[in-house]
Write a protein that binds this ligand. Structure first.
Ligand SMILES: [Zn+2]
Length: 227
């Protein structure tokens, strides 16, 4: 049996036509495998190229700007939702572009892991920042690191949840005020050169947090509510 197979293989190799077919077949197979591997690799490393047709020219420029200024970006299309109720906090940005993730990491390569208590969303400078859900303003003012910021208290089907918006260029609400979903609570900011009270921000963006109770340290991962 084995001998027969070897003899057949020799026959194949002896015939030029069959040999050419064999080479052609192997070449096609290799090309197919390369294409199958390369497509996901391309999407993985070029997510912008994969989604840019869905973005407006303005949004494409924002993403390009972020890619030039930050090492890491993560983005897609979608809305922030909690039980499908939360809206998106930036009025004129339709693409969700996260320039810094929630959690422990070492953003400046100092060897020390620090916790990022929210997500950083890329926005248009001084775009309206909107309340993601109806709520009560429990903080509106300046905080260490966050600069101008606003904290809202929500009641989602009987569960208390808080959202926090940092690095605002201006604040549009007062403590105690009740705001509806989509109410303009301030303007996106954090530009260290043109925005006062920018906090520790190095470029304008919205720092967005979801908290289980009021104040710093009660954060949960906002991405659980994204997309
Ligand atoms: Zn942040």
């Amino acid at each position: 049996m084995e001998l027969k197979a070897i003899l057949t293989a020799i026959e194949v190799l002896k015939s030029e036509d069959l040999r050419n077919n064999l080479v052609m077949g192997i070449t096609l197979l290799v090309a197919l495998v390369i294409i199958i591997i390369l497509i996901p690799v391309f999407i993985l490393f070029n997510p912008f190229d994969s989604i840019k047709d869905f973005l407006s020219e303005d949004e494409q420029n924002i993403v390009k700007n972020i890619q030039a200024n930050y090492g890491y970006t993560d983005y897609g299309m979608g809305n922030i939702t909690i039980n499908s109720k939360f809206g998106f906090p930036l009025e004129n940005v339709k693409a969700v572009v996260i320039t810094a993730e929630y959690g422990y990491y070492d953003p400046f390569n100092t060897g020390v892991q620090t916790k990022h208590t929210g997500i950083d969303l890329s926005g248009i400078h001084r775009d309206n920042v909107l309340a993601v859900e109806k709520g009560e303003v429990v903080f509106a003012g300046v905080q260490n690191g966050y600069g101008n910021c606003v904290e809202l208290k929500h009641n989602i089907d009987g569960i208390e949840l808080y959202t926090f918006y940092g690095h605002l260029s201006s604040i549009g609400v007062e403590i105690g005020q009740i705001v509806e979903q989509g109410y303009i609570i301030g303007k996106e900011g954090g530009d260290p050169y043109t925005d006062s009270n920018h906090g520790n921000s190095t470029g304008h963006h919205l720092h967005f947090e979801v908290r289980t109770s009021k104040g710093y340290g009660n954060d949960i991962n906002p991405k659980e509510y994204i997309f």
